[in-house]
Design a protein around this ligand. Structure first.
Ligand code: SAM
Length: 353
């Protein structure tokens, strides 16, 4: 047996990186609390404040708030001067403003759900790898809505739909749309609000998400044109839809080819399929940096176990990349497939028969 000698410089560099990661990981609980307790929102005015002032504004414990603020200052989330703390507007856009395209508050809810499910994950790793989407800590569903919602609100109507050939004009004139794997239905509600002549059906297998989706559509005043059905993607019936969409859902399905083939049959002859997936390149070597790192983590904890729980023959994972996704869509009977748009977090594919 050969014993490798330790390279002290390499060890030191790795320890630096690992400790930085641990500091960020533990501090994500502080970010979660900042979101939950309204600490960031109370600081969103950009005014300097003491721990006492922030505690009074939020009805929280001053001594704990002081320690929280110190953690936030060391992490560079808030600025600090002589016992007074300030959240700069650029950071408020990510931490305090739910409507901002940069809002990250939902992401820490997803992390909280992952930790709450650590026991489930351990069992899945030792067992068959399966965790149904609906078996997770409920913070997952709301976290996904809030995290992706920031992008749907800022990109879906403004950039993604216009990137698909002729689709916006059809929606404006009055089209029928399927949102498959709709979750809390924010994408459905955003489209229904923007296109008052169109009608929408959201499909999902998670009934609690569908209840939340109906509630959201009701609040947005679009429930007269939006219907939600509990149904697996593979069973979506032929309806002559003008547009069918999968928003961050195709790779969570055990049979993505079957799901996309059902969407093809559900479309009108000249219908369009839009597939929104996590941004990725085709090879592990292409998927570097924090976005891919976090997607591979989510894929391990959420997406791949979801596909495996559906007897996944083809668990794509959350970093499948355009080539694998195009292969799935070709196998499902779509002949014209292209990447129509990209954001730092998303790939948008257009497919036609
Ligand atoms: C990551 S969530 C995305 C939810 C929503 N589209 C969004 O972007 O916020 C994936 C959704 O796909 C649903 N899903 C997973 N497998 C499904 C299947 N076979 N048929 C229908 N929905 C499915 C899950 O229940 C979940 O709501």
């Amino acid at each position: 047996m050969t014993v490798e000698t330790i390279d002290a410089t390499k060890l030191e560099a790795f320890m630096g990186r690992a400790v930085t990661d641990l500091a960020a990981a533990e501090s994500s609980a502080a970010t979660y609390l900042g979101d939950r307790l309204g600490l960031y929102r109370a600081m969103a005015s950009g005014q300097q404040m003491t721990a006492g002032e922030l505690a009074a504004l939020t009805g929280t414990h001053e001594r704990l708030v002081l320690e929280w603020l110190r953690n936030q200052a060391v992490g560079g989330y808030v600025e600090h001067e002589g016992g007074r703390f300030r959240l700069p507007p650029e950071h408020a856009a990510a931490l305090a403003d739910e409507e901002s395209p940069y809002f990250l508050g939902g992401f820490v809810e997803i992390i909280a759900a992952v930790w709450a499910d650590a026991g489930l994950l351990e069992e899945a790793f030792r067992g068959d790898g399966a965790i149904p989407w609906g078996a997770h800590d409920p913070r997952l569903y709301r976290g996904v809505e809030r995290f992706y919602g920031a992008t749907y609100r800022s990109s879906l109507v403004q950039a993604w739909l216009p990137a698909l050939d002729g689709v916006t004009a059809r929606l404006e004139a009055g089209a029928t749309v399927a949102d498959i794997g709709c979750g809390y239905g924010l994408s459905t509600t955003v489209m229904a609000t923007a296109f008052p002549r169109s009608t929408f059906v959201g499909y999902d297998i998670h009934s609690a998400s569908l209840d939340a989706a109906r509630d959201r559509a009701h609040q947005a005043g679009v429930l007269d044109r939006v219907r939600y059905e509990e149904r697996a993607a593979i069973d979506v019936p032929p309806q002559g839809f003008d547009l069918a969409c999968f928003f961050d859902a195709l790779h969570d399905m055990g049979d993505p080819v079957g799901a996309a083939a059902a969407a093809r049959r559900a479309l009108a002859e000249d219908g369009v399929l839009m597939v929104v997936e996590p941004r990725a390149g085709d090879r592990l070597e292409d998927n570097v940096g924090p976005v891919s790192r976090t997607y591979y983590a989510g894929s391990t904890f959420l997406c791949t176990p979801s596909a495996l729980a559906q007897d996944g023959q083809h668990a794509l994972g959350a970093q499948a990349g355009p080539a694998a996704l195009t292969g799935v869509l070709h196998a499902a009977g779509f002949s014209r497939v292209r990447v129509a748009a990209e954001t730092p977090f998303n790939l948008v594919l257009e497919a036609r028969v």
